[in-house]
Design a protein around this ligand. Sequence first.
Ligand code: GAP
Length: 456
Amino acid sequence: MSEQVPAKVDMEKIVSLCRRRGFVFPSSEIYGGLSSCWDYGPLGVELKQNIKQAWWRAVVQERDDMVGLDASILMHPQVWKASGHLEEFADPLVECKSCHLRWRVDDLKDNKCPSCQGDLTEPRQFNLMFKTFMGPVEDAASVVYLRPETAQGIFVNFKNVLNTTRKRLPFGIAQIGKAFRNEITTGNFIFRTREFEQMEIEFFVKPGTDKEWFDCWLEERLNWYVKLGIKEGNLRRRRHTKGELAHYARECYDIDYRFPMGWSELEGIANRGDFDLVQHSSASGNNLDYFDEETKEHFIPYIIEPSAGVDRSVLAFLCDAYDEEPDNNEIRVLLHLHPDLAPIKVAVLPLSRREVLVKVAKQIYADLRQCWMVQYDDAQSIGRRYRRQDEIGTPFCVTIDFQSLEDEQVTIRERDTMNQIRIPISELRNTLQAKLSGEDLFVLPPGGQIWKEERV
Ligand code: GAP
């Protein structure tokens, strides 16, 4: 994979665009914010939803060997004992003896406090699970944990899914949901937070076929990002060293993205072997093995786990899409988001606020929003309105002008090239559908023409 560096994007620009245009806001901002917590605004929630939908479509809807699940965040406390999280899910933490700030050992460059250069305590293990209490009594018997991964909800439902769907191996269970980790250090915007969302697959296979399925999922997941527009040169696979492997993993690769702060994990693909089902079988007393009707064998399946972060995907898609172009004496900022991910698919722009134009424009707006998220914008010059849509990644703008009243045609302007076509209003829905699915702009519907105006 090539080593080209994304020159135009830095984290400040992304954070500023996200705030300015309503993708992401600091949580509880009117109270000064809450460290590492973020709220998705009107455009952010659409982008996030589109990412989750694209994932679900690729891994559940379009596959015969996958089903979905939505397990609860709070689970029986025994789950976390059996899974090893109570014992093992910890980071080494040190405290500064002078300013008392706490640091994760693996984030330190030397043995000094990064804030005041003070001496540090000896490392101790700090468990990352958030604890709370179930019910009105706050005692040891009512402790429950906010799940630190969605995966365990899948493992404990393995038999339920098997029995109700009659799936045979190999098959997978997919889930999207919130996870919580009391991270010692957070940062880089939505990259590392304490509350985040995961898109996880647990794929159950016959032992012996696990290596093959591992390779297959690693390829599959890399291709998913590329298909949705991430530049191949900004993705790499990185194998975990023995020391890095999680307590449950036999093998793990990260899919790293070249974020503005450097290469960092976007998704992990792990071979969890039979660890989880063995642990839950013995801790719960319920047999979680699988009966192979062909060979008449009983065995515990191995599990291949592609586990992606929704918030990290949002950040990666935004960073990768971000672009700046010279625009006379200004700069055109645009997001080259894949149409499937763009928060707004089409903007409807009447050239003026004159009643006769507004009537037609509003009719078009009402019609198109039955299919997609559409914005109506009639404020300021047409050039400024195009720029506003470019900056939020809207793939197409539809402009209604005075000529539209006579010829019943409108122009479609493409975000990336600024090229335009003019087509009959009666062809608009179908034409936009085709363009949003990737058809070249200059493939014209009946009565359409290439529009040779100045590119704005
Ligand atoms: N079930 C396996 C598992 O949870 P992980 O590598 O710890 O594996 C999977 O997490 C993905 O979840 C990561 O690749 C990342 O995208 C996301 N993730 C993990 N911790 C996160 C955090 N503190 N903030 C945001 N995303 C996080």
